[in-house]
Design a protein around this ligand. Structure first.
Ligand code: ADP
Ligand code: MG
Ligand code: MG
Length: 905
């Protein structure tokens, strides 16, 4: 029979940290901490396996599980010398959910489970603290009704308003009535009164009473944990993060320790190092006489853990180091032990019950990209980790964040902030303010950049938070929901900006005497916690010397090449700085767009609108020097490195002049009238240009165009050779579907090669000849294509379009619903579709290599800069990936990590 319950406590445990899949992250790390001899209250974890079992069983608990739980509970009772549900010495427990990964949207923890009229007197007698017992009871009623009775059941209350809010309102009214400032001002009589009122409200709302029976409370809570796995929020989060349903959640039940037993009790959260900067300083927040989530809930501003944690918002508050130096010292030891044991930065939760320290959670801490980088390098230098581990410590996506802009310090110096909060997520961002997650999503879909402004955030806001460029909250500390989520994503975020007076229903924000409305522009400096009006200049953020060092280490492990998609001197230079080892895609048509394109574009138009080969050749001869110069400029920047030059790709009609003066210009040059220009232009129109007269199809109909381009490439190379340089052109034929096309293109190439050599007195010019594989048929006939092609470059943008039959430019209409129905999991234009497009690639590589063993294989679609796709290319044995200059560090890291992953298998 499968074992479903694992116990921990008293310096031993049945599981350990390696079993997060089975025990959930929380359960596994509690077991590990117990084994390390740290002060962990005893408890047990019901496995994720049981979660699946639970649903198979129609939401019932089999007897065998009930037995296992009872046995585990009695072990806990023995350690604690108390008994669950016992009137004299009642044990209370917490019931906590925990999946493999921490996941917003899962059931919130219920504390003080087991407290009810039959156990209250015993606990009062034992603790001699009536206030504490009733405070614990009112908390249990609030949490249980909210989490177990309402959310887990996914039901609406009778009044339509969340029970939690209704109960909080009752408490708030009482506090106002009595003139209390804080929850801790409530008297015992008030608490008793509240508990009764709460229970009435619950009965009124749910039509059933709050369960005042320890057994019901325990099993109700356990059931709620499992139910929450399939709750709305959890499902939505799993979809965003791509977490499979089969993982399931575990449920940990452990004995309570109390941070709310008076002035010598407290609760807190900490990071073993600063999660925003990576600095090697113990970092945390705590609250005296508090329980559970009080620290992160934002009702009270938490105290700093130590001097290092003091900031403008909390520097007037006493630190734990000052208030309880002994306990702080012990906690500091725990911190050192844990870091040494895990060799990583951890996020910990602790509670102090009457000066005694208890550890309630630890996990590898979320961090910003900047912190991840600095920590990885520092831990390497400290000898805590080796180079290989160092490379795995930063997610490729996090590098993106390091490459993201920051607010220009100059611009900041020239103005002053309108608000200040805690720096919860790095970098800078600007956008229009909106006040709800729904608006954020809506505006984002309209292509706007938004700053989501909220009192505080909760798991329901996740999609809006993702859509926003930055997040700003009035409440909450560095460990609040907004801060944790934003940090995980590396998104610019400021929390606890208490001077914001938000009126979400009026879509208004007041700061001091000034009022801002939805749509007003704000700039946030998430690294410093400063908020500015309007949009400020942004700067590149790669100054960090650790970044350079890290990338050097990365390259030690990387075996697959990285190239860039660039076609200008500027892009090519940037790409070299970011580690490009060549160009994987140079689009020749770029010279007809943008800066300095006037003259070549005119000549191209002249060529396109010619009606005879003679006319066309004349125009092409005039155009040729521009082509040669353009190619040479970039090849010179890349001297000694391969440059893949793609022959003309777009359909010709894209270049037809529509403005009258431009049409007249061409008419004059060709000696024809305006009407004729228009007529010739119209005759080039196509109803489906994506699949039209383009790519090498132009070379088949007008070989002189191909001839001119190849001449341009080889002449550029010849002139570089004569200057003593080392050009490495790779001629790439686009939009091919048959080897015969390549044979034709190769014949032209060989002929031009011979001519250019003899004209320049050269014996030969080294180049490679190859093709893009972007039409499914080309992949299927790769063995034939490889007879001619010396390299393949997978053009995965078009290959994806044609494999799916989706037009990339028009697919957003149905992409959303397609993902909702899980017809597709990820946008295939962002992350390579392994199951479909991947098969064509796999087939193409295999077939190609069969014909030509050393055929060079690369990718030049957008996917070349997407970490998961890079990993796939590595697995397929690609020689290189090519991506835009700014994605290069990401591609390098993804390639190195793919290598490390496969070599450690
Ligand atoms: P989350 O996953 O949302 O962090 P937790 O299970 O960690 O939820 O619990 C929420 C809060 O309750 C945390 O502050 C945690 O430290 C506290 N807590 C959980 N179990 C106990 C316990 N047995 N005794 C005291 N506090 C607890
Ligand atoms: Mg926690
Ligand atoms: Mg293409």
């Amino acid at each position: 029979m499968t074992k479903f319950v694992y116990t921990f406590g008293n310096t031993s445990a049945e599981g350990d940290a390696s079993q997060a899949d089975l025990l959930g992250g929380k359960g596994a790390n509690l077991a590990e901490m117990a084994k390390l001899g740290l002060p962990v209250p005893p408890g047990f974890t019901i496995t994720t396996d049981f979660c699946n079992e639970y649903f198979k069983n129609g939401g019932n608990f089999p007897d065998s599980l009930v037995n296992e739980v009872e046995k585990a509970l009695s072990e806990v009772e023995n350690i604690m010398d108390m008994k669950y549900g016992d009137p004299d010495s009642p044990l209370l427990v917490s019931c906590r959910s925990g999946a493999r990964q921490s996941m917003p949207g899962m059931m919130e923890t219920v504390l003080n489970v087991g407290l009810c009229p039959s156990t209250i007197p015993g606990l009062i007698k034992k603790t001699q603290n009536e206030w504490f017992v009733y405070d614990a009871y009112r908390r249990l009623i609030m949490m249980y009704s909210d989490v177990v009775m309402e959310k887990a059941e996914d039901i609406e209350t009778a009044s339509g308003q969340d029970i939690r809010i209704q109960l909080e309102d009752i408490m708030e009214d009482l506090k106002i009535d009595k003139g209390y400032e804080s929850d801790t001002d409530l008297a015992v009589e008030d608490l008793k009164f509240l508990c009764e009122k709460f229970k009435e409200k619950i009965l009124e709302n749910f039509g059933k009473p709050f369960p005042d029976d320890p057994k019901d409370q325990l099993w109700g809570s356990i059931g709620a944990v499992f139910k929450s796995w399939h709750g709305k929020k959890a499902n939505s989060y799993r979809k965003i993060e791509g977490i499979p349903d089969e993982w399931g959640t575990a449920c940990t039940v452990m004995s309570m320790v109390f941070g709310n037993m008076g002035d010598t009790s407290a609760t807190g959260v900490a990071f073993t190092r600063n999660p925003a900067t990576g600095e090697n300083k113990f970092y945390g927040e705590w609250l005296v006489n508090a329980q559970g989530e009080d620290v992160v809930a934002g009702y009270r501003t938490p105290n700093p853990l130590n001097d290092d944690t003091k900031n403008d918002q909390n520097k007037h508050l006493e630190s734990l180091e000052q208030k309880m130096p002994e306990v702080y010292k012990e906690l500091y030891e725990v911190r050192n032990n844990l870091e040494k044991h895990y060799s990583d930065m951890l996020d910990i939760e602790f509670t102090i019950q009457e000066k005694k320290l208890f550890m309630l959670q630890c996990r590898v801490g979320k961090r910003t990209g900047a912190a991840a980088l600095n920590m990885a390098i520092e831990m390497l230098d400290e000898g805590m980790i080796d180079e290989k581990t160092c490379v795995t410590r930063i997610k490729p996506e996090q590098l993106d964040e390091l490459l993201h802009p920051i607010v220009s310090p100059k611009a900041e110096a020239a103005t002053s902030p309108v608000a200040k909060g805690l720096p919860a997520g790095p970098g800078g961002a600007a956008g229009q303010i909106v006040f709800t997650a729904e608006e954020a999503v809506k505006w984002y879909k309209e292509g706007k950049e938004v700053v989501l402004v909220r009192e505080e955030t909760n798991p329901e806001d996740v999609e809006g938070m993702r859509a926003a460029s930055a997040i700003l909250t009035a409440k909450g500390g560095m460990t609040s929901h907004a801060a944790l989520v934003a940090r995980g994503w590396g998104k610019c975020c400021i929390v606890g900006a208490s001077m914001l007076e938000i009126n979400a229903s009026e879509k208004e924000l007041k700061i001091g005497s000034k009022t801002y409305k939805e749509g007003d522009l704000f700039t946030l400096n998430g690294t410093k916690g400063l908020v500015y009006e309007g949009t400020l200049d942004m700067l590149d953020a790669t100054e960090n010397p650790n970044f350079k060092r890290f990338m050097e280490i990365v390259d030690k492990f990387r075996t697959m090449g990285v190239r860039t998609n660039s076609e200008t001197i500027k892009d090519a230079k940037t790409a070299l700085e970011h580690g490009a080892e060549g160009i994987g895609l140079f689009r020749t048509e770029h010279m007809f767009y943008g800066e300095n394109s006037e003259k070549p574009l005119f000549l191209l138009r002249k060529m396109i609108l010619s009606s005879t080969e003679d006319e066309r050749r004349t125009a092409l001869d005039e155009l040729a020097p521009y082509v040669t110069r353009d190619i040479k400029e970039t090849m010179e920047v890349m001297d000694g490195l391969p440059v893949t030059i793609r022959l003309l790709d777009p359909p010709l009609h894209e270049f037809i002049p529509h403005a009258k003066d431009k049409q007249e210009e061409v008419a004059k040059a060709l000696n024809i009238d305006l009407e004729e220009v228009k007529r010739r232009g119209e005759s080039l129109q196509e109803s489906n240009p994506m699949m039209g007269h383009r790519g090498f199809r132009l070379g088949v109909t007008y070989p002189e165009i191909t001839e001119m381009q190849i001449r341009g490439i080889l002449e550029a190379a010849a002139s570089m050779i004569k200057e003593g340089k080392n050009p490495k052109p790779e001629i790439m034929v686009p939009v091919t579907c048959d080897a015969k096309e390549l044979v034709i293109a190769k014949e032209i190439t060989d002929k031009v090669h011979e001519m250019v050599c003899s004209e320049n007195g050269l014996e030969k010019i080294d180049f490679l000849f190859g093709t893009m594989i972007e039409i499914p048929r080309a992949a299927l006939l790769a063995h034939e294509m490889a007879e001619v092609a010396e390299f393949f470059s997978f053009g995965t943008n078009d290959l994806t379009q044609m494999t799916f039959g989706f037009s990339r430019d028009d697919s957003d209409v149905f992409m959303g619903p397609y993902m909702d129905y899980e017809i597709i999991k990820n946008d295939p234009f962002q992350t390579l579709d392994k199951s479909g497009v991947g098969q064509l690639i796999n087939y193409g590589v295999e077939r190609g290599r069969k014909t030509r063993e050393n055929i060079k294989i690369g990718i030049c679609g957008e996917h070349g800069g997407d970490p998961a796709s890079v990993e796939y290319c590595y697995e397929q044995g690609f020689d290189y990936v090519s991506c835009s200059p700014f994605r290069l560090p990401i591609a390098r890291l993804a390639a190195a990590q793919a290598e490390i992953k496969s070599s450690s298998k």
